[in-house]
Design a protein. Structure first.
Length: 250
C-alpha cells in the first residue's frame, strides 16, 4: 500500500463502482479536494463488468488536461483500492448476486436490494480512509430518484457517519452530492463538472445496468434498457435533454 495522504483535510476517498452515479461523484470530488483516491468492491455482483469500467474511467481522468491531472487547481487522482467482499455475495439471495428475476418482493423492496450492502461498503471505506489518513468519504447514494433502497436514505448515511466516528474515534465526513437531485440533475451535474467531455465519459464508459449488458449503447449509456437502473437513467436523460431544449429555444 502506498504512503498515506499528506493532508487529511483536503483528501477524499470516493466509493467508485464504475457506475454513472459514482463516476459523477468522482468528478465532483476532483473539483473539491486536492488528493482523491477510489475504492471499489467485488462482492460477486451480477453486473461485475462495472469493475472493468473503473480502470478505463480512471485512466481517462488521469490524462493531461482532464479533471484528475492535478493541474489548474484540480484534484490529483491518487491510488485505487479494490476490496473483495465475497461473503456479502454468499449471504445475499438477490437479483444482483444471483441469476434471478428482477421484481418487487413481498416486503415492498426490489429484488435487487442487497441487505446491508451500503452499510458494509461504508464500514470498509471508512476503515480504509482511517488507514490512509483521509477525512472525506464520497458516495453516490440518492433518495430523490432511486429504487427505494433504505440504505440510500439521508437518515441512514447520517446515522452511519455518527456510528463510524464514534467507533473509530475520528472525524470522517460522509459526502453525498447526489442525495437531493434526480437522474436528470445528475446528468446536468456531470456537464457542469467537466462539460461535454466529462458528460460523454460518464455516458460511454461507465456502467449501471443491473444485467451487465454492454452490447447496446443508448443516448444515456450502455444497458439492457429494461431493468430498473436502465429505466431510471433513460427517463432522467430524457428530462435532462428536454430541459436543455427549453433553455436554447427562442
Amino acid at each position: 500500500m502506498s504512503e498515506p495522504a499528506a493532508d487529511p483535510a483536503s483528501s477524499a476517498l470516493v466509493l467508485f463502482s464504475g457506475g454513472q452515479d459514482s463516476t459523477v461523484c468522482l468528478g465532483w470530488a476532483l473539483q473539491r479536494f486536492s488528493h482523491v483516491e477510489t475504492v471499489g468492491f467485488d462482492y460477486g455482483q451480477r453486473h461485475r463488468v462495472e469493475l472493468e469500467c473503473r480502470r478505463t474511467i480512471r485512466a481517462a481522468l488521469a490524462q493531461p488536461g482532464t479533471l484528475g491531472d492535478g493541474r489548474d487547481g484540480r484534484g490529483a487522482l491518487g491510488p485505487d483500492h479494490v476490496l473483495s467482499l465475497d461473503a456479502l455475495g454468499l449471504i445475499s439471495e438477490t437479483a444482483l448476486t444471483r441469476e434471478t428475476e428482477i421484481a418487487m418482493t413481498e416486503g415492498g423492496l426490489p429484488s435487487t436490494f442487497v441487505p446491508g450492502r451500503n452499510l458494509i461498503f461504508l464500514t470498509f471505506a471508512a476503515a480504509l480512509a482511517y488507514r490512509r489518513g483521509i477525512r472525506h468519504v464520497v458516495l453516490g447514494v440518492c433518495e430523490t430518484d432511486y429504487s427505494g433502497y433504505p440504505d440510500c436514505r439521508d437518515d441512514t448515511i447520517k446515522a452511519m457517519q455518527v456510528a463510524l466516528n464514534l467507533g473509530m474515534e475520528t472525524r470522517i465526513v460522509l459526502h453525498t452530492p447526489l442525495m437531493w437531485i434526480d437522474k436528470a440533475g445528475t446528468f446536468a451535474l456531470a456537464d457542469t463538472i467537466g462539460g461535454q467531455p466529462f458528460a460523454d465519459l460518464v455516458i460511454r464508459e461507465s456502467h449501471s445496468c443491473y444485467l451487465g449488458d454492454r452490447a447496446r449503447l443508448h443516448p444515456w449509456g450502455h444497458g439492457c434498457g429494461e431493468c430498473p437502473a436502465c429505466r431510471l437513467r433513460a427517463e432522467g436523460f430524457a428530462r435532462y435533454r428536454s430541459a436543455i431544449a427549453k433553455e436554447v429555444s427562442p
